[in-house]
Design a protein around this ligand. Structure first.
Ligand SMILES: Nc1nc2c(c(=O)[nH]1)N[C@H]1C(S)=C(S)[C@@H](COP(=O)(O)O)O[C@H]1N2
Ligand SMILES: [Mo]
Length: 260
């Protein structure tokens, strides 16, 4: 495994455990048995061609396993299954801040100057202003955010259903990936099925107020079916592509799918 910056972080769930978990949830016994048979460690090393001789090939094999896990998780993803929602009384106050830097480095973005840029497999690439996004249909939900660093918290986000936005701009909905570039140089990407999930929001508000800088002003993606690092804050650009875009933490070993 590679060394991580700043903090010691464990790959979420570890690939095999996550797969075991997913397998356990599969209803059909025949399919479950097939996966169990094919997902022994030996099987995985055959799949990836891992020779346990040197660090480079182990890294490569682990990356291979993680890509394999991504594909399995993509296959197991149920686009209609909703993440749990909670009552107002369960909101975590104060909601935690987290980023790859400390609070004194939180980016202050001018909402008036800000433009959301679009690129890639999108028909209408005109940049969007904050006012234009605020004029679109909004939805609000109280969901749990789970960070791989070992904490979770319940919060309330409101904004534009991302599926609605992607349709509006004529995104190629058959493309594989949607990528995000953030004002703090963070970046990540998600699978199209998750982008179109009914609870995936372009969040403009937190707890009924415009998103504060700490939580990603002016806009973040709130994806309650995915782990914290797959929820980009301070989004500046969105692109649709069939070329694997990776992500800030994903490129350092975090599992790319990062969700359920
Ligand atoms: N732009 C940006 N987005 C980001 C991050 C970041 O460092 N920069 N960190 C991610 C991680 S690991 C977590 S847990 C959440 C934290 O969001 P919060 O500050 O609203 O709790 O943001 C995610 N999105
Ligand atoms: Mo996180």
């Amino acid at each position: 495994m590679k060394l991580f910056k700043k903090r010691d972080i464990v790959i979420p769930g570890d690939g095999a455990a996550m797969l075991a978990d997913s397998i356990a949830r599969i209803a059909q016994p025949s399919r479950r048995a097939f996966l169990q048979r094919s997902l022994t460690l030996g099987g995985l090393s055959l799949l990836t061609g891992c020779s346990i001789g040197d660090q480079g090939s182990i890294d490569q094999a682990l990356t291979g396993i993680s890509r394999f896990n991504d594909r399995m998780q993509g296959l197991l993803f149920d686009p209609t299954r909703l993440a749990p929602t909670y009552p107002d009384s369960m909101i975590t106050r104060p909601f935690p801040f987290n980023a790859y830097y400390d609070e004194d480095e939180i980016r202050e973005i001018d909402g008036g100057d800000w433009r959301l840029e679009l690129s890639g497999l999108v028909a209408q690439r005109k940049p969007w202003t904050l006012a234009q996004l605020r004029a679109m249909p909004q939805q609000s939900q109280i969901t749990r955010h789970i960070c791989v660093e070992g904490w979770s918290a319940i919060g309330k986000w409101g904004g534009v259903p991302f599926a609605h936005f992607l349709r509006q701009v004529g995104a190629d909905l058959s493309a594989k990936y949607v990528g995000f570039k953030c004002a703090d140089d963070y970046f990540t990407s998600i699978d199209m099925a998750t982008a179109l999930h009914p609870q995936t929001l372009m969040a403009l508000t937190y707890d009924g107020q415009p998103l504060p800088p700490r939580y990603g002003f002016p806009m973040k993606l709130r994806i309650p079916t995915k782990l914290g690092y797959k929820n980009p804050k301070h989004i500046q650009a969105i692109f649709v592509t069939n070329t694997y875009p990776g992500g800030y933490w994903e490129d350092q070993g975090y599992n790319w799918f990062g969700g359920s």
